[in-house]
Write a protein that binds this ligand. Structure first.
Ligand code: SF4
Length: 234
């Protein structure tokens, strides 16, 4: 994996040490060919950070931390962290994205200072991004590039009222009036994020909000249902 260290510093979420790394190669079937960006604690292995609760520095108040996170932390984030620790990634602080990028492949973009994203996004590359920190006014600048990640209809309504475009995960077989993600199983994984680019916040050409039925292994789907007071599926 070829990667670049874009920034190292203190998390905007809790002041602890984090790093922002870009990986210019993606084997992610859903996103397609986009630069992937990883936001990691720079001093703690990502799996250990989950177990100790130190992942707050990069995930904030996201309810999916650990158990229902769609990212398999034992793979991508762990591999990136391991390579980072061997010193194999170059540090390029003045880097700017010039092609499609996913903001926060792992980790919430809100953990990285606003000035860093503004500098990286100067050339207005195609992008997607999601944040769970949308309720805090200090992160409202992310509206331009990111969707508000919502887990309930109430959250979706609230985020929309605050001026965010929203991306809502709903229980399986629940359909809504918003745009159904075309990379969903329900639409036969018709496209990738790199082609679709609907989830680019208010600067996306696509307007309106997006939803996707919960996906992943049965364990994650069931945890998602239990958290919402629904019965687990078998
Ligand atoms: S709506 Fe488009 S950009 Fe958003 S997650 Fe689905 S495929 Fe990706």
């Amino acid at each position: 994996m070829s990667g670049i260290i874009l920034w190292e510093g203190q998390s905007e979420l809790d002041g602890k040490p984090i790093v922002l790394i870009a990986i210019d190669h993606s084997s992610n079937a859903k996103t397609g060919d986009m630069i992937q960006t990883y936001i990691l604690r720079s001093d703690i292995h990502p799996v250990e950070a989950i177990h100790s609760g130190e992942d707050h520095s990069i995930c904030g108040n996201c309810t999916h931390k650990g158990a229902t996170c769609y990212v398999n932390v034992a793979y991508g984030p762990s591999q990136v962290y391991k390579t980072y620790k061997t010193g194999k990634y170059l540090s390029i602080p003045s880097y700017q994205f010039t092609r499609s990028v996913r903001l926060g492949t792992y980790g919430d973009p809100a953990a990285v200072p606003q000035t860093i994203w503004q500098s990286l996004m100067q050339q207005q590359p195609p992008h997607t991004g999601y944040t769970h920190q949308w309720e805090k006014k200090r992160y409202s600048y992310l509206k331009e590039w990111c969707m508000a990640s919502c887990d309930t209809s109430r959250e979706q309504v609230r985020a929309e009222r605050m001026g965010w475009r929203t991306f809502t995960v709903v229980p399986k077989r629940q359909y809504r009036s918003e745009i159904l993600c075309p990379a969903s199983e329900e639409l036969g994984k018709a496209t990738t994020c790199a082609t679709c680019l609907a989830c680019g916040g208010t600067s996306s050409k696509v307007k309106g909000n997006v939803f996707i039925p919960v996906h992943g292994g049965k364990g994650k789907v069931n945890l998602f249902r239990i958290e919402r007071g629904l019965h687990a599926t078998h």
